[in-house]
Design a protein around this ligand. Sequence first.
Ligand SMILES: NC(=O)c1ccc[n+]([C@@H]2O[C@H](COP(=O)([O-])OP(=O)(O)OC[C@H]3O[C@@H](n4cnc5c(N)ncnc54)[C@H](OP(=O)(O)O)[C@@H]3O)[C@@H](O)[C@H]2O)c1
Length: 265
Amino acid sequence: MTLYSLFGNPVSHSLSPRMHNLAFARLGIDGAYIRTPLEDGSKLKEVFFLQALDGGNVTVPHKQDAFLACDEVRGLALTIGAVNTLVREEGKLIGYNTDAHGFLRAIGSFGELQSALILGAGGTARAIAHALRASGVRVTLLNRSEGNLLPFIEEGFSCFTHATFHPTPYDLIVNTTSAGLKEELLPAPSSLLEPLLKTASYAFDVIYNAQTPFLTLARACGLTCKDGKEMLLWQGVLAFNLFHHNTLNETVIALAMEEALKLSS
Ligand SMILES: NC(=O)c1ccc[n+]([C@@H]2O[C@H](COP(=O)([O-])OP(=O)(O)OC[C@H]3O[C@@H](n4cnc5c(N)ncnc54)[C@H](OP(=O)(O)O)[C@@H]3O)[C@@H](O)[C@H]2O)c1
């Protein structure tokens, strides 16, 4: 039997174990996926090998620690500086970022994009900004405060705070803040958001299982909208396939994981 785990703090709310375990069952693979709550991210590699894991996923707040822990980091994770998927390969820890590719899969049904505005400047914004830039999309970030924007400025992204921003048209607006997750909050003042949404074509909110005020406003402005469920689905599908050295059929994994997500909603 192969064994995988989610690392993070907290991990109890995560849907990943259900998604991966149902995929093992539906694909007839002898594997199991557990949760490992971890307070100290610097212990990640030690705990991974102590548990004799074959692979795993990493969630908040340890994605940067996971990047540092890996013997080798591959793909977009290198530019993002954060790892959410771990694979053991010949005794070494290999790191990937499937949040970024999961986001690109989720917006695959949107039309061609020239420009995107990302609301927020945290870890998820990093994955999405680099994923979009790697796809040739012009990316701008808008955050309520300056501090988290500094690394993006160094990387040459166009960045604004709410105070310095003057709205111009963007094809896609993405909410990566947690505004709207628990309270009825918009990620930016409506005086900023409304003109943006009136000229955009697509809106995406990384939050899932909730109708956020951001998506409600975007729908009212006539945009094609998506919440974060497909991103969650595809980061899981891509991670599961990496665990199996990309030898499996993605559609079959996606069907099993979709079934798991339906059980949870
Ligand atoms: N769908 C998926 O697969 C998926 C994957 C990963 C994460 N997520 C979701 O993504 C969200 C963000 O996660 P993260 O790890 O990127 O968080 P994070 O690193 O803590 O960053 C949060 C960002 O949101 C901003 N922010 C927070 N509350 C705000 C508010 N009330 N108004 C305006 N801005 C606010 C922060 O601004 P400051 O810089 O000013 O503090 C910061 O830029 C979470 O809801 C998480 O569940 C979804």
